[in-house]
Design a protein around this ligand. Structure first.
Ligand code: NAP
Length: 335
């Protein structure tokens, strides 16, 4: 099929800073070509402080939409005309959809497909979160989406472990705050636990069934002890990510419980040290590339307004990302 750029080519892309290592152009352009769409996806470096100007410029230029990545996910919000409930709750937008209103003026909608990307990938890997006990390691931007998604999917309990416990406390408070404002419910109670850094929150009555969130500082002991009774362990930290691939949140020598499913959001390398240890202990493992591919497929679904086969596009994007990653490793080895 002819995939040449011409006067009718539609543009989409991703903004971030830095952006040159993004896998999204490879994933999306492979999907666009397979779908036979005369569209192109480009990576655009946007400096912090210029995000709103850049986004309004893309809308005025007639882009169909764009993805937003680190560090701009909160910074695009002032540029929006409308925001989806999950993006508003998280304070983070990863997908913008540009349209025109009745008067022809640009209209900018903000979404967050990371949440559905994560939960959808869990389910696609055969893990149904409802009623399960989950340990989430980390409390950064990615952890927010993961915890929000898990609560919405009806998990029974979430334990959040973070090196900086105050950040974990803030995360859980933020994800329950809104509900307290809206419904005057959802109370924060200090846990009986002797550890003064821990507390238990009973969040969001809109989240069905109600789950409890427990938080602890991340230590070898809190991690191993929390994982002992959990069904799912999710690493949302940067530990183990290239180039520091020997990093691992799980303590050396401690077996990973066999009944656990271990999910690592890191996708470079595809099998992190955490996933290797888990696999060697007999636990089930899921890498972060499925979530990346699925959030991309869901964004494309928003832009094209066609009923895309999200499963097929996710699989295609995943293959394109793997092949891009492998060729990047080849280039590094060559150079
Ligand atoms: P972030 O906001 O910077 O958060 C980083 C997290 O890692 C924080 O919880 C931080 O703890 C923790 N951390 C960093 N170094 C640590 C160390 N040495 N020991 C223990 N904890 C450490 O980053 P993010 O945006 O959440 O991204 C986190 C990871 O998720 C990245 O690897 C990213 O590529 C991945 N991710 C994947 C997808 C996907 O689609 N698969 C999507 C989004 C993100 P403190 O709070 O104590 O600093």
């Amino acid at each position: 099929m002819d995939f040449a750029i011409n006067g009718r080519t539609q543009l989409i892309g991703v903004i971030g800073w830095p952006i040159e290592h993004s896998l999204s152009p490879a994933m999306h352009n492979a999907a666009l070509e397979a779908l036979g769409l005369n569209w192109r996806y480009v990576a655009m470096p946007v400096r912090p402080g210029e995000v709103v100007t850049a986004v309004r410029g893309l809308a005025a230029l007639g882009f169909r939409g764009c993805n937003v990545t680190v560090p701009h996910k909160p910074a695009v919000i002032p540029a929006l005309d409308v925001i989806s409930p999950e993006a508003e709750m998280l304070g983070a937008v990863n997908t913008l959809v540009f349209t025109r209103d009745g008067a022809g003026a640009p209209h900018i909608a903000g979404h967050n497909t990371d949440v559905a990307g994560f939960i959808g990938d869990l389910r696609a890997n055969g893990f149904e979160p409802e009623g399960r006990r989950v340990v989430v390691i980390g409390a950064g931007g990615a952890a927010r989406g993961v915890v929000y998604g898990l609560l919405g999917a009806g998990v029974a309990q979430i334990t959040v472990l973070n090196r900086t416990v105050e950040r974990a406390r803030q995360l859980v408070e933020d994800l329950t705050q809104k509900d307290r404002k809206q419904e005057a419910r959802g109370k924060i109670e200090e846990d009986d636990n002797e550890d003064p850094a821990s507390c238990v929150l009973h969040p969001a009555s809109c989240i069905v069934p109600p789950a409890s969130c427990i938080l602890y500082p991340l230590t070898d002991e809190t991690l191993v002890e929390s994982a002992r009774t959990a069904d799912l362990l999710v690493n949302t930290t940067t530990v183990g990510m290239w180039p520091k691939v020997e990093g691992c949140v799980w303590p050396e020598g401690a077996p990973v419980p066999e009944i656990l499913t271990v999910y690592d959001l890191v996708y470079n390398p595809l099998e992190t040290r955490l996933l290797r240890l888990a696999r060697q202990s007999g636990a089930r493992t899921i890498d972060g590339l499925g979530m990346l591919a699925r959030q991309g497929a869901l964004a494309l679904d928003l832009w094209t307004e066609q009923a895309l086969d999200v499963e097929a596009v996710t699989a295609l994007m995943r293959r394109a990302a793997i092949s891009r990653q492998l060729s990047a490793v080849g280039q590094k080895a060559d150079g």
